[in-house]
Design a protein around this ligand. Structure first.
Ligand SMILES: Cc1cc2nc3c(=O)[nH]c(=O)nc-3n(C[C@H](O)[C@H](O)[C@H](O)COP(=O)(O)O)c2cc1C
Length: 215
């Protein structure tokens, strides 16, 4: 996805890593932003959705514009001729990562990811596992070399999150950043001004010099 315009059609894959809530939140936010979503959910993800959230499969399906069956390799998202603005796999299990890294596309999520890479479109993988084995790390390196973006589900704490929802939004917001989607899900680091404001060292409205901002 090289265009500067925001994505309008996105494939969303939810696989069976812990953190089904990330995928659900991403679908909710994309819906609010008016992005057309093509959802594919693995069988293991149906389990994590059931175990980790109060959502039913039907509730999740309702959040997407269109849902595609995992086994349906005749689906339009299995073909590069069907134009999309990229794909987000959230969360991405180590098994799905391995499938993408090796090009072993034995379900629709893996095929759609394979197509996204071959068509040189943006693929963002919100991976989740800890600790990581060398197998996992090497698979992450392989997909990165192939052009995908590995975005571990690792929220930051500089914005002093008060709720789990705020942590989830930060990860989803970072993934949206990588896809070029404008959003207000995360609080951006604006330099040390905010910290000095809190401690009363500076008055509101005082700008922090650029040179003191963290990357
Ligand atoms: C509750 C639960 C949590 C899991 N968490 C993870 C995880 O964080 N990362 C991971 O790679 N696999 C995790 N798994 C294992 C995957 O679900 C399993 O490897 C599955 O085969 C992945 O299939 P999929 O990639 O087709 O979704 C978890 C499984 C369960 C039941």
């Amino acid at each position: 996805m090289e265009s500067a315009s925001p994505p309008v059609r996105l494939i969303v894959g939810i696989s069976g890593a812990s953190g089904a809530v990330y995928g659900i939140r991403a679908l909710q936010a994309l819906r609010e932003l008016g992005v057309e979503t093509h959802l594919v959910v693995t069988d293991a993800a149906l389990e994590t959705i059931r175990l980790e959230t109060d959502f039913k499969k039907a509730d999740v399906v309702k959040l997407a514009t269109e849902t595609h069956k995992l086994a349906d390799i005749t689906s339009k998202i299995a073909s590069g001729s069907y134009q999309t603005d990229g794909m987000l796999v959230i969360p991405c299990s180590m098994k799905t990562l391995a499938g993408i890294a090796s090009g072993y596309s034995d379900n629709l999520l893996l095929r759609a990811a394979d197509v996204t890479i071959k068509e040189r479109r943006r693929l963002v993988l919100v991976v989740r596992e800890t600790p990581l084995s060398l197998v996992h790390i090497e698979n992450m390196a392989a997909v990165t070399r192939a052009g995908a973006i590995v975005l571990p589900a690792m929220p930051a704490f500089y914005h002093r999150p008060k709720t789990v929802a705020a942590l989830v939004d930060q990860v989803v917001g970072k993934a949206f950043d990588m896809l070029g989607i404008e959003h207000h899900l995360l609080k951006r680091w604006e330099g040390r001004g905010e910290e000095r404001l809190r401690s009363g060292q500076v008055k509101a409205g005082t700008r922090t010099p650029k040179s003191r901002r963290l990357p």
